[in-house]
Design a protein around this ligand. Structure first.
Ligand SMILES: NC(=O)c1ccc[n+]([C@@H]2O[C@H](COP(=O)([O-])OP(=O)(O)OC[C@H]3O[C@@H](n4cnc5c(N)ncnc54)[C@H](OP(=O)(O)O)[C@@H]3O)[C@@H](O)[C@H]2O)c1
Length: 317
């Protein structure tokens, strides 16, 4: 008995301190995580976006879904808004609702981002002389349903459109707006990417790759210009109830666009890349924790299921 006690004696001290170090490490991690939750998702940064950045906001894809929700939230904060999308009728309707509800000036520009040749000179003319404080590069398109790359209907068209709308628009709009922000040493650019940028998404290959482009572009620009007073944020949401997602019913994990934007806008200045919504951030965390093959396998199962459901719905209509 005495012999074993004397044998273990030096080790009990060692294990005791390993235990203390472990508990201290996990306590620090937990406290840092709690601080992050309170700072980003409870208090947020509601003062970051407002007319102090510049009188005008510009939103691409402003007539529906997430873009419309940004337009409304920005107008609510007292910014005048330039709305850009394809249909003058829809633009007029949304602009007039906003003017009536929030008593702010609006401007509309009709542009189809499929076209990369002519629209940017038109948009440049439309933005001339405006003091732009925030640009939301929101416009984006996805597949009608998940599919193997070579089996995507009208593949050539899809490749061109997706690159023009999802990637070129982000670069070109930034090229138009950033110089004015730099002159005033302030401004915010929010680029709406997707969780498909965080996790390569099989069966949505072109979409996933275009969103990774947006994510990398945003990250680089944020580093290049943050010392000059410009914030560039990449949003990587999971599913939101919009025409694109073809979801109709909201849930905790699948918010309505207005609810999503209320959270996302308060992360500006706190997070340069974020899912924008606490429950979506859990997905991002899970993707980083799980082995790659598990994520690929579940993405494949989900793609097969949603292709089946979407084609069934299409046939029924
Ligand atoms: N919904 C989601 O679950 C989800 C998840 C992750 C990321 N995102 C991203 O969020 C962004 C917005 O998606 P959303 O779901 O809100 O889409 P949405 O509901 O389909 O709305 C798209 C908006 O863009 C406009 N638009 C579409 N094609 C256009 C074009 N060629 N030129 C100009 N405007 C065009 C539409 O207006 P008109 O039709 O009148 O032109 C509409 O205002 C996208 O970048 C998407 O990739 C969405």
């Amino acid at each position: 008995m005495e012999a074993s006690e004397s044998f273990l004696a030096p080790w009990t001290g060692f294990f005791y301190w390993v235990g203390v170090a472990g508990v201290a490490y996990w306590t620090v991690l937990l406290l840092r995580y709690l601080r992050y939750i309170v700072r980003v998702w409870v208090t947020g940064n509601p003062g970051a976006v407002g007319p102090h950045l510049g009188a005008w906001a510009v939103v691409t894809g402003a007539t529906d879904g997430i873009g419309k929700a940004y337009t409304e939230e920005l107008a609510k904060r007292g910014l005048k808004v330039v709305l850009i999308s394809r249909s003058q009728e829809k633009l007029d309707q949304v602009a007039s609702d906003i003017r009536e509800k929030f008593k702010v000036e609006t401007k509309t520009i009709v542009a189809d981002f499929q076209d990369r040749e002519t629209i940017y000179s038109k948009i440049k003319a439309g933005l001339e002389g405006l003091e732009i404080g925030i640009l939301v590069n929101n416009v984006g398109v996805s597949y009608s349903y998940p599919e193997n790359f070579l089996d995507v209907p009208e593949l050539d068209k899809l490749i061109d459109n997706m690159i023009n709308i999802n990637c070129i628009s982000v670069c070109k709009m930034t090229q138009l707006v950033l110089p004015g922000m730099l002159k005033r040493s302030k401004g915010v650019i929010v680029n709406v990417s997707s969780i498909a940028a965080v996790s390569p998404t099989p069966f949505l290959a072109v979409y996933s790759a275009t969103k990774a482009f947006v994510n990398y572009f945003s990250h680089c620009l944020n580093v290049e210009y943050k010392r000059k007073g410009i914030i560039v944020q990449s949003l990587v949401p999971h599913l939101v109830v919009t025409n694109m997602s073809k979801l109709r019913k909201a849930s905790r994990f699948r918010p309505m666009p207005g609810w999503f934007v209320k959270y996302a806008i308060n992360t500006v200045g706190l997070e340069s890349e974020t899912a924008g919504y606490p429950y979506h951030e859990l997905w991002v965390w899970l993707i980083h924790m799980l082995p790659r093959w598990v994520v690929d396998e579940s993405a494949t199962r989900l793609a097969v299921k949603s292709k089946y459901n979407l084609l069934k719905k299409q046939k029924a209509n």
